[in-house]
Design a protein. Structure first.
Length: 442
């Protein structure tokens, strides 16, 4: 029984992580063979949400609409791929992650017509990468996927509730009425992993004193394009290939590098993971005027520890914390020149006992984006968010959950003069929601 409970606890991270874990795993196969797999993910939830973004959306002069405070949301993903091994022990394979598109909320579409006002039924590629390597020499990844800055992130605890909290497509975050915080403390977000890059993950080096494992990872992304995208269409001479945006671009990157160091060790029953890293990038040049954006440079440090057998022989408790700081703004965009550096931190933890999971996290983020955007120069945008959740693991492929989230934004500038989501009194917003749902994985 104890082995069964430990195995259940060990599988929770894969089950609860919102598709990412399945998209990352290398599946061991026998030499000279390949194994084809079609994993998948489906999540559905119903919740009650509220906040000062609920009313608005000017329909006509003097007229506004009001959202239904009860809503449903979900997501479907397919994860086709294969893993193989040569007869001399070299592992290789490929992984693709397909998702459903974000649909128009005015109605449910059934015909898959992307131009229909009733929504869409199309799918798109979110991750698509191949890998090759060995445990002795490390692994190389190439394609559209996570870099080392994401893969070796420690201390960001998400394995509870819907499995993604403030970064999950199709989760409670998307059900909130608008005005929720959009931060950079989570490195596992699309602005980083939906671009083409080369990643190297080194073999583990054993520490002779504590017998811990030390490894490093590094990534290089020439441009922030996806796997089927080349250079952006430009006008003018080829010499302006990297200088084709008036005033520069807040989101288009070039020469993005990151490097991470990771150390894992078990001491007195505690399984510890610690990582440090740095990500740097340059904004595209501009065709006219002075460059509007500062180069990106983000430092992160994270740590987490897990102790098994705290109250019973098989329970497990995990605590973690992560901090990120540097020249960056929400969703890993470039900050305006003249803005101050940003700082964010997150703390969280989970408690697992057999099929039961309890978890919570809190993050706080401070940033300044120069003279435009969410805050005028001299005014700091302050955001924080709380997430609390509980799960019951019915079986390895199915988790039932309940989750509560509260988010606050202070210092934001209204997005328009009419009433509507984003036009918050005094530049403030507060949103919250609670939902119940289920996650299926296969």
């Amino acid at each position: 029984m104890r082995k069964l409970l430990l195995a259940t606890a060990a599988s929770l991270s894969t089950l609860l992580a919102a598709g990412t874990a399945n998209a990352q795993s290398l599946k061991p196969v026998a030499p000279g063979t390949i194994q084809v797999h079609l994993n998948g993910y489906l999540q559905f939830m119903m919740g009650v949400v509220g906040g000062n973004g609920m009313s608005g959306g000017s329909v006509a002069a003097g007229t506004a609409w009001k959202n239904n405070s009860v809503g449903t949301i979900g997501d479907v993903r397919l994860l086709p791929g294969f893993d193989g091994m040569t007869v001399n022990g070299i592992s290789y394979g490929a992984q693709v992650e397909l998702r459903t598109t974000t649909s128009n909320a005015n109605g449910g579409g059934a015909n898959g017509n992307s131009t229909s006002t009733n929504g869409t039924n199309s799918i798109y590629v979110r991750r698509a990468y191949g890998y090759i390597g060995t445990p002795e020499y490390g692994y190389v990844r190439f394609g559209q996927g996570d870099g080392a800055f994401t893969l070796l992130q420690r201390g960001v605890i998400e394995q509870f509730g819907d499995g993604g909290q403030w970064t999950l497509d199709g989760g409670l975050d998307n059900l909130l009425p608008g005005g929720q915080p959009t931060q950079f403390i989570y490195a596992d977000q699309g602005s980083l992993y939906t671009t083409n890059k080369i990643v190297y993950l080194s073999p583990a080096i054993i520490d002779p004193i504590l017998q811990g494992k030390f490894s490093v990872g590094a990534s290089y992304e020439p441009n922030s394009n996806g796997i089927k995208e080349g250079a952006a269409t430009i006008s003018g001479p080829l010499s302006e290939l990297n200088n084709a945006v008036p005033g520069g671009s807040a989101t288009r990157r070039q020469n993005t590098w990151d490097v991470m160091a990771d150390y894992q060790v078990k001491v007195d029953g505690f399984a510890n993971k610690i990582s440090l890293g740095y990500l740097t990038s340059s904004p595209l040049g501009n065709t006219t005027g002075k460059q509007a954006y500062s180069p990106m440079g983000v430092f992160q440090a994270g740590a987490q520890t897990t102790y098994t057998g705290l109250f019973t022989d098989s329970d497990a408790i995990t605590f973690g914390a992560n901090i990120k700081t540097g020249s960056v703004v929400d969703k890993y965009a470039f900050k305006k020149a003249g803005g101050r550096n940003a700082l964010a931190y997150i703390v969280g933890g989970t408690y697992v006992n057999g099929p039961y999971v309890l978890g919570a996290s809190f993050f706080d983020s401070q940033e300044n984006n120069g003279t435009v955007g969410k805050g005028p120069q001299g005014h700091t945008l302050s955001e924080y968010g709380v997430a609390v959740g509980a799960n019951y693991i019915v079986a390895k492929p199915l988790s039932l959950f309940i989750q509560y989230m509260y988010g606050s934004v202070h210092g934001a500038v209204p997005t328009n003069s009419a009433a509507g989501p984003g036009n918050f009194p005094h530049g403030n917003s507060h949103v919250q929601g609670v939902a119940i749902g289920g996650t299926f994985k296969w």
